[in-house]
Design a protein around this ligand. Structure first.
Ligand code: ZN
Length: 426
C-alpha cells in the first residue's frame, strides 16, 4: 500500500513536469550538438575501386548483412562511386525506410513488435518514412530473449537459472551466475516483485515475473549514442554504453583529499584543464577546495550499486546511488569537491559553507554546473548534491546558471525519469 501511494505521488510529479516541459520548450535553449549526434544514423560512403562489401564492412566495424539491409541491396555487386549508407558505429536508432513495417524492423533486430513498440512508446502500428526508432543493444535483446519459460524457485539448479541470474544482474543486482536458485536469487526476485504491484511477492520466477522483467530491462534506460559529447546527458533515463571509457583521462593538477594515485582522480583532459583553472581561481580568492572523486568505470559503479541493491533493495538503492551506466562519473566530466569547513565530507552541509557558496557562484565561469540542484530533485532524479560538479563547457554552463535550469531542462529532455519506475506497470 505504501508503495502504491508513492507511485501515485510520483505519477503526479511526472505529470506536473510534463506540463512544465511545454512551457519551457517555448524558450528552449538550443542544444543542437547533442541532438544532432543522436539522430545522425548513417554516414555516406562512396565506393572506391577495389572495394568489396566485406572490406567496407570491416572498415566501418559493421557486417555485410547490415550493409545490405540498410542499403536495400539485392546482391553484393558494387559500382565505383555508388553511394552507400554506413550505419554509425554507436548508432542506436533505426531510420524508417519506404516499405518498412514494424513487423519487418522488429524481426531484423530480434525483437517482437510489442517490444519494439514498448521501447519507442508507440501506441499504434503506424510508422512513417524518416521516423527514428530506438533499437536496444544486442546484449540486452539477447538477455531478455533467453529468459526461460517455466517456474523456478529456491533449490532449483540448472542452466536456465543462470539465464535468470544474468538478466537480474543486467538489471542491477549482484548474483553469482552459478545456476543455483539459492537465497540470494530468491531475495533478488522478491525485491524485484515487490517493486511491481502486479506481481505476487513470493520469490518464485514464473511467466509473470519473466514478462515484467523483460519489460523493465527493455525500458530501463536508453543508451546514448553521443557518449563523448561534453553535453551528454547521463541519468536514470539515459545511460552510457557498458564499454564506454573516455579518451584522454588525466589526473588534474589540483589538491585531492588523498595523495596516492587512484583511478578516481581521473578526468577527461578538457574537464581536468577547466578544473585546474577553477581551483586556481578559488585559491587566489582564499578558498581552499579539495577534489574527492572523479572518473568511475562502469564495472566499479556496477559493483557499488548492485551491492546496495542486494542489501537494501533496488528501489532504495536507486535513490542513493546510480546504476552502472547511469552515473555521470563514468563520463570523466565530473568531480566531487569538498572543503575543510565541511569536514572533508560530501554532505549537503557543504552547500552552506563559504567554499560551497563560492563554488556555486563561480563554477559556471569555468564550464561547470552543480548538476543536482535543490528543488530540482524531481527533474534530475537525485537529491541535492552541492559537491558534485559536472563539466559542460562555459557557454552552456553560464546559460544554465542564468536561467536557473538543469542540464535536463537545457537539453529539453525532462519528464520521464520516474515514469518507468513507478507508472509504467500499473
Ligand atoms: Zn558525484
Amino acid at each position: 500500500m505504501k508503495i502504491g501511494l508513492q507511485k501515485i505521488v510520483k505519477c503526479l510529479v511526472v505529470l506536473l513536469v510534463l506540463v512544465n516541459i511545454n512551457i519551457l520548450n517555448e524558450d528552449k535553449v538550443s542544444a543542437e550538438n547533442s541532438d544532432i549526434n543522436e539522430v545522425q544514423l548513417y554516414s555516406m560512403y562512396h565506393v572506391n575501386p577495389g572495394d568489396t562489401l566485406y572490406l567496407i564492412a570491416q572498415k566501418f566495424d559493421t557486417s555485410i548483412e547490415e550493409l545490405m539491409r540498410v542499403n536495400h541491396l539485392k546482391n553484393s555487386l558494387l559500382m565505383v562511386g555508388q553511394p552507400l549508407k554506413i550505419p554509425n558505429e554507436k548508432g542506436r536508432y533505426y531510420l524508417v525506410q519506404p516499405n518498412d513495417t514494424l513487423y519487418l524492423i522488429a524481426g531484423w533486430f530480434n525483437l517482437s513488435v510489442s517490444q519494439l513498440k514498448l521501447v519507442n512508446k508507440l501506441t499504434s502500428n503506424n510508422i512513417f518514412v524518416g521516423q527514428t526508432l530506438y533499437i536496444p543493444d544486442r546484449e540486452t535483446v539477447a538477455i531478455i530473449n533467453q529468459l526461460p519459460i517455466g517456474l523456478y524457485k529456491n533449490g532449483a539448479d540448472n542452466r536456465n537459472i543462470q539465464l535468470v541470474q544474468q538478466a537480474l544482474n543486467h538489471y542491477g543486482y549482484a548474483l553469482s551466475e552459478d545456476g543455483i536458485y539459492g537465497w540470494r536469487t530468491t531475495k533478488a526476485i522478491k525485491d524485484f516483485q515487490s517493486q511491481h504491484g502486479t506481481l505476487v511477492n513470493d520469490g518464485v520466477y514464473g511467466p509473470n515475473t519473466k514478462k515484467v522483467l523483460q519489460q523493465e530491462i527493455l525500458t530501463d534506460k536508453y543508451i546514448v549514442s553521443n557518449p563523448n559529447d561534453t553535453l551528454v546527458l547521463v541519468n536514470k533515463e539515459y545511460g552510457l554504453p557498458k564499454d564506454y571509457v573516455p579518451n584522454n583521462l588525466v589526473v588534474p593538477n589540483v589538491k585531492f583529499l588523498f595523495n596516492e594515485y587512484h583511478p578516481k582522480k581521473l578526468m577527461r583532459k578538457v574537464a581536468a584543464d577547466a578544473l585546474e583553472l577553477l581551483f586556481n581561481q578559488a585559491q587566489r580568492e582564499g578558498i581552499q577546495l579539495f577534489a574527492v572523486s572523479g572518473y568511475r568505470s562502469f564495472e566499479r559503479q556496477h559493483w557499488i550499486f548492485s551491492s546496495k541493491a542486494m542489501d537494501i533493495g533496488m528501489w532504495q538503492a536507486n535513490t542513493l546511488s546510480a546504476k552502472a551506466g547511469e552515473s555521470e562519473h563514468q563520463t570523466g566530466l565530473t568531480m566531487d569537491v569538498t572543503s575543510e569547513s565541511a569536514n572533508f565530507q560530501l554532505t549537503q552541509g557543504f552547500g552552506g559553507t563559504r567554499e560551497g557558496k563560492w563554488l556555486e557562484k563561480n563554477a559556471a565561469k569555468f564550464g561547470f554546473i552543480i548538476h543536482y540542484l535543490k528543488g530540482k530533485e524531481h527533474i534530475t532524479g537525485y537529491e541535492y548534491e552541492p559537491w558534485h560538479i559536472r563539466y559542460v563547457g562555459s557557454r552552456a554552463a553560464q546559460q544554465m546558471m542564468s536561467n536557473d535550469i538543469t542540464l535536463e531542462e537545457y537539453l529539453g529532455k525532462v519528464g520521464t525519469i520516474d515514469t518507468r519506475q513507478s507508472c509504467l506497470i500499473p
